[in-house]
Design a protein. Sequence first.
Length: 437
Amino acid sequence: MASQDLALAAGMEGFVIGIIGMGDMGKMYAKRLSDAGWSVNACDREEKYEGLREEFADRKKIKIFPNGHLVSRASDYIIYNVEAASIGKVVAEYGPSTKQHAIVGGQTSCKAPEIEAFEKHLPEDADIVCCHSLHGPHVDPRGQPLVIIKHRASQESFNKVEHVLSCLKSKHVHLSAAQHDRITADTQAVTHAAFLSMGKAWHANAQFPWEIARYVGGIENVKINLTLRIYSQKWHVYAGLAILNPYAKEQIRQYAQSVTELYKLMLGGHREEFETRIRKAGAAVFGKRKGNSDLLLNDEVLDRFSLGKKPETPLPNNHLSLLAMVDCWSQLNIVPYDHMICSTPLFRLWLGVTEYLFRKPALLDDVIRISIEDDTFRSDDLEFTFAARGWSDCVTFGDFESWKDRFVSTQKFFEPRFADATKIGNEMMKTILENTK
């Protein structure tokens, strides 16, 4: 059945989608919804009006407007695709222009400020149904988690939103706003903190890791490719989730604390305390999963995706970033497998490499030994510890400007290799999705 027929079958002929915010994600939604036959009204900041009109001139189902007032008054389901830090200001401006009895939602990564803005600034007759695609704009949405939140809406309005978004062919997950923020913190906050810290540490040491034998092959391939993938995005994508989500603040603080405490144990040569802590954390997170039969990743997959040449003899690596990740999960009583239905491709890859390390006894034994006995790369670990604490401070103080400065400076350092990393990263994403269906 054609998409137009689906609209007719649902009694939604003439139903118009409004998109406020035409960044990468807004454009992806506009294109996919219009390709499915829906009429889309869209806008961004007024200075982008002419450029957007030109860009979408050949798409007859997409109509570009100068501002959100015009989109709001002419649309039946309005989606705010703006930064989490800006949602309050944008809804305050355009919310009062909402069409009578329209449905309104947001696509931000943190729902607490989004819901607060909608409740404060939308007319009482507007229904609120929010969504969040748990993947980036350049990832195929088919089969990916799509959270849909029925906050203040009739069942009829909720059904309409589900019907509209069904064209993405994503996996719909129904949550409350609070559940969404808790789960996204559990599956994303610490993951992002680890990658941001690795990138900042390599930058501080002026290292391009794919040129250094220590960082090529196996687990390192995932670390490098995903770090570059994160730094190739816009800075605000991760800032909003970390700074505005109260659950994320606690977790990023704990990650920095885990990194610091483990590093101090390594420096002091406290092998027994270090090993006990690591094995206890591993048992808490991975204890119910035995053997290697159901590992998310294997050696062949890990070695396939490399930006550099793998050395003949592997160099020692204590994998502090991974050890701290599992210690952090353990300290906060988080079992990451509980949230696989809401996991991003990034999270599944990161969980895959931590699991790979902790569920291979010989590898974990070696990592514990290296952590205490081998000080070859202590300076790298020191920079990583500084980086983790620096990101945590940004989050604790709610400092968007410092976050932006730290992110953009490192982004510029790695920029020359983004194209290669994105290509390889996409292949990695495809493989992990195939392994975790």
